[in-house]
Ligand binder design. Structure first.
Ligand code: URA
Length: 248
């Protein structure tokens, strides 16, 4: 990558807005290969040039990939005038253009990937790719094998929407039942609506796995970390998941 404007580079690297970069340039706070930069539209090569802000090198990162353990009460958006967003939780990012890969409801917790790689996000969310997501859910009332069969067959969960076959694993059944649900779709409120279609209410929902990558159990609620090389490779080549109970 060559010939990028220095103000674009610095704003992408989260140093400030283009207007702020202009001010910093005027104030002599930015250097390019040890020379003070005079114009904020100057062209640079982010991979070979050494750019410093207040004497500290700004290292180029084309893409960043995080795993977040989303807490309840935070919205899956980049900006929100009322609520804290999942992006607000990522404190030390080099990039200013991060976004969540898909959405979890405000009250849903658990695994959420955060990146600025639009192509990867698009591939992971495409309905044709059948990327599996597993949720742990607490549901009011008992869950029966009949419910499991209904999930396998495909639950009609909205007037015109029928879910693709999904896996339902009963962990415990009682006044409040605990289950794992695995599905390859991600329609709005899908898990809650699928249970509602069976007359049951989800009272707690947490995503524990996506694209074969489990939520890191060392991440406390609200904590995050960079993806490992292996996880990133897996995310780029997610296993195809289609639930076929008859052959499983
Ligand atoms: N299904 C839901 O109902 N909510 C989520 O946040 C994710 C899946």
């Amino acid at each position: 990558m060559s010939n990028m404007r220095i103000d674009k580079f610095l704003s992408e690297m989260n140093i400030g807005s283009r207007r702020e970069i202009k001010e910093y340039t005027k104030a002599g706070r930015i250097t390019l290969n040890n020379e003070v930069v005079k114009k904020s539209d100057m062209k640079i090569n982010p991979e070979t040039d050494c750019i410093c802000f207040d004497g500290k090198e700004v290292v180029y990162a084309a893409f960043e990939y995080y795993m977040l353990n989303k807490p309840a009460g935070v919205v899956s958006a980049t900006e929100d005038s009322l609520h804290q967003t999942v992006i607000d939780l990522i404190k030390d990012s080099k990039r200013a253009d991060l976004f969540p890969v898909g959405r979890l409801d405000k009250d849903t917790e658990g695994l959420l990937f955060i990146t600025n790689d639009g192509e990867l996000a698009h591939r992971l969310l495409s309905p044709t790719k059948h990327v599996a997501k597993t949720y742990f859910a607490r549901v009011k009332g008992t869950i029966t094998n009949e419910d499991v069969e209904k999930f396998h067959a495909g639950v009609q969960f909205d007037r015109e929407l029928v879910a693709k076959p999904a896996e339902l694993e009963i962990l415990s059944s009682g006044d409040i039942s605990e289950v794992y649900v695995t599905l390859a779709e991600g329609k709005f409120h899908q898990v809650k609506k699928m249970f509602l279609a069976l007359g049951k209410e989800v009272v707690f929902l947490k995503r524990v796995k996506m694209a074969g990558i489990p939520l890191d159990e060392h991440l406390k609620s609200g904590e995050y970390r960079l993806l490992t090389e292996d996880e990133l490779n897996q995310l780029k080549n997610p296993p195809l998941w289609i639930w076929r109970p008859e052959i499983s």
